[in-house]
Design a protein around this ligand. Structure first.
Ligand code: NDP
Length: 477
């Protein structure tokens, strides 16, 4: 791993007057120093991006597709190095860091394919009386400068979710990575530059959200903000963005229902353990609440607790580590505080729940009430709440008792109950016989309720980076 990273303005690696250390989240040792942007650098990046609008819009689709495909290949060639970078800067256990890189490469490949399929359609203008003698179609054009603001928990793939579709659509892009994890975003941009992207079209500005992010979201040279992160910052952005298109991918509090007639309970348990605790629960679609039918509850609990106790806690760079540190010790403190508050209100901790530095031992909670913070807010940590329900109906009603709505998971072998759940639970994605933590990068992704606004997923994200232009021919003249 390189120990000094420059910020990138219009494709050029640049120094600034300030630097920031990036820490290994397990050892707390500095692993890199990064030059960070201030107002002057942010303004320069915005100027560059605005000037690159025409260059990008004139780049033919086959060239954009080829650049994106080549970037995927460059990342593929560096995949182990990238995985270690993620493991260290984000504290994500290596096996999941490797999976993130694999996903990122696949995601970028989808986007390179979709880059060739950006098109409009013809419209029956004469469907209206005033349209007689006219024909028309709409085209998709690049929306303009894209500001991409990303969180710490998938520092590579979530940056790719924004940067690659922007390029596919013909837009210059400025990436503002999370302060805790800036290295993966810089590596991503380097791959696109090496792949032949017109350099003016890409900038990466590590720096505080309250300064760099704030400037980007308010600047009128930006046409589109693509944000993934917390609900609080998402709400702030939507209130302050002005007249821009905004895509928000926010938090959640995902639930699982285990039905009485689930066929393979062992599989359901295995998926719930993974969904609740991988990446230390710092996943937007992590399993936070599990509602188990009373007839299977004792069996489920026994297996769930035994399986959770077997998880190996340790250094994320070790291949057999299941649980690493949270992104910061203050985050482990916050999670501990929420659990203690729940216990004071009557909840029971069935395993884990101990804090050591940034490590929080995976905790299973029971005897909770819907009013407790651990049940109704997004905990974003390794904590799962399990409650017994007397019917499937009660389980699906409970799923929806959340202000969030990204995804839900249902384990059942009864097709009618599965379809009822699909109809009734107000979320963006329902997984039948799987955990809600499954996502594939070409699926449309948006979420309901407080979880999102706009769409992601290869084709859908590209569309969000375009604007429609209607063309009408008057054949009467
Ligand atoms: P934050 O909302 O704290 O930060 C996200 C990004 O926003 C960071 O780059 C941050 O910069 C930046 N930011 C902060 N303040 C501002 C501002 N005023 N203006 C512009 N940008 C700003 O989220 P986390 O990084 O803590 O990520 C966790 C959250 O992300 C969880 O809620 C999780 O559910 C959600 N998430 C959602 C996903 C989805 O697909 N729906 C996927 C992954 C995560 P800085 O780091 O400098 O503060």
């Amino acid at each position: 791993m390189k120990d000094s990273y420059k910020l990138i303005i219009g494709g050029r690696e640049t120094e600034s007057s300030k630097t920031q250390k990036v820490f290994d989240k397990y050892t707390n040792q500095a692993i890199a120093e990064v030059f960070i942007a201030g107002p002057a650098e942010t303004d320069r990046a915005l100027k560059c991006a605005a000037n690159a609008r025409r260059i990008m819009a004139d780049l033919p689709a086959h060239r954009r597709a080829a650049i994106i495909r080549k970037a995927a290949g460059i990342l593929e060639d560096k995949k182990e190095e990238l995985a270690v970078t993620i493991a260290r800067e984000a504290g994500k256990p290596l096996r999941y860091s490797r999976a993130e890189v694999e996903r990122c490469v696949e995601n970028i490949e989808y986007i390179s394919e979709e880059a060739k399929r950006i098109h409009g359609e013809t419209m029956p203008i004469d469907a209206g009386k005033s349209g007689e003698g006219r024909v028309g179609h709409y085209e998709r054009h690049p929306i303009g400068v894209v500001a991409a603001v990303t969180p710490f928990n998938f520092p590579l793939n979530l940056a790719a979710h924004k940067v690659a579709p922007a390029i596919a659509a013909g837009c210059p892009v400025i990436l503002k990575p999370a302060t805790a994890t800036p290295l993966s975003g810089i590596e991503l941009a380097r791959a696109f530059i090496e792949a032949g992207l017109p350099p003016e079209a890409i900038s990466v500005l590590p720096g505080p959200g309250s300064e760099v992010g704030e400037m980007l979201i308010k600047d009128s040279r930006v046409s589109k903000i693509s944000f993934t992160g917390s609900r609080e910052v998402g709400e702030h952005i939507i209130r302050n963005a002005g007249l821009k298109r905004v895509t928000l991918e926010l938090g959640s509090n995902s639930a699982v229902v285990i039905d009485r007639d689930v066929e393979d309970l062992d599989y359901a348990v295995k998926r719930c353990i993974l969904g609740a605790f991988y990446n230390q629960g710092q996943v937007c679609i992590s399993v936070q609440r599990i509602y188990v039918h009373q007839d299977r509850h004792a069996e489920f609990m026994d297996k769930f607790i035994k399986g959770t106790k077997k998880l190996k806690i340790g250094n994320p760079v070790d291949a057999d580590t299941d649980i690493g540190p949270m992104i910061a010790s203050s985050e482990a403190d916050r999670v501990q505080g929420w659990v203690e508050e729940a216990v004071a209100q009557g909840a029971r901790v069935l395993c884990g729940g101990k804090k050591e530095g940034s490590i929080y031992y995976p905790a299973i909670l029971a005897n909770t009430t819907p009013e407790m913070k651990v049940v109704k807010e997004e905990i974003f940590g390794p904590v799962a709440v399990v409650e017994k329900v007397s019917s499937f109906e009660e389980g699906i009603n409970s799923c929806d008792q959340s202000q969030y709505g990204l995804q839900a998971g249902i384990f059942t072998s009864n097709i009618n109950r599965a379809l009822t759940a699909v109809k009734r639970i107000n979320v963006g994605g329902i997984l039948i016989n799987d955990f809600p933590s499954y996502r594939i990068d070409h699926m449309p992704y948006g979420g309901n309720k407080n979880s999102g606004l706009g769409r992601e997923g290869a084709k859908f994200a590209i569309e969000e980076m375009t604007t429609l232009r209607m063309v009408i021919f008057n054949l009467n003249k």
